[in-house]
Design a protein around this ligand. Sequence first.
Ligand code: GLV
Length: 329
Amino acid sequence: MKPRAYITRRLPQAAMDIVIAACDTTFWDNDAAPVPRDVLLRAVADVDGVLALLTDRIDAGLLDAAPRLKVVANMAVGYDNVDLPALTARGVLLTNTPGVLTETTADLVWALILATSRRIVEGHRLIAAGGWTTWSPMFMVGQDVHGATLGIVGAGRIGTAVARRAVGFGMPILYHNRHPSANLEAQIGAIPGASIRYAPTLEELLVAADVVVVMVPLTPETRGMFGAREFALMKPTSVFVNASRGPVVRERELIEALKRGRPWAAGLDVFEVEPIGADHPLLALPNVVAVPHIGSATVATRTGMATMAATNLVAVLTGQPPPNPVNQV
Ligand code: GLV
């Protein structure tokens, strides 16, 4: 008897094939829309493993509906969609997809840094609206990226990849983690021309940085970490970039801060409640660049993440240790 698996979205075929080869597999046959909750709860009733996405809430209610469940393979590095203590309490393993998306997500962070600092989207919109009439000295002026101080809040794998790229722009780097990281400082410090320094407090980083990049995971400690007080500490010329999770930022307070011009602009890949609609107040602000949670969205990386999640799922269901466990059961 093969183990039974449920996949909550139609994934790239290479990933589907890994699961199908090892498991009796059912899946939500749609590559765009998430599986409705009631369909999901029925689908997991007799499965041993679920391959889930960050749009699926994996909580005690789902565990109640899935008494045979042994593993949830999340196709994301973040797992704030999962109630981890509830899984661990019931002996259900969680796996994630670290590493594979690091460089791709760092690229997207840089796209946001450059687009916000140099007003790329605003300029495109202006031309499209027929607003480009002449060249003038202070028309569409932005902020310099080269030589600016980069402040990274949450310098893990992705934050480190963002920092590496900053050296090419001649940017001194400040980072704030709970603890200084000798490994990070050695890695970046080894690059000729690099300068990296630990900021023991968030406040110190916010006051000094010209570009603030947030890459912390969403946890009870980081929820709402950025609000009116933090934005008021930033320079009126600073750019704020969030490619971690939306609820790390108190969005209403960010909107008010952006209206006052401190931070000067924001580049956002994530939002408090996703997806956001065309009427979202952030989109009415000229100094916002918003993209729809696409940090890891390249063909190669999303295919790699799907394959990795499938490999983790199948490992557990065939009695092997998974390559990327999050918990121990
Ligand atoms: C995407 O946001 C991820 O956590 O992989």
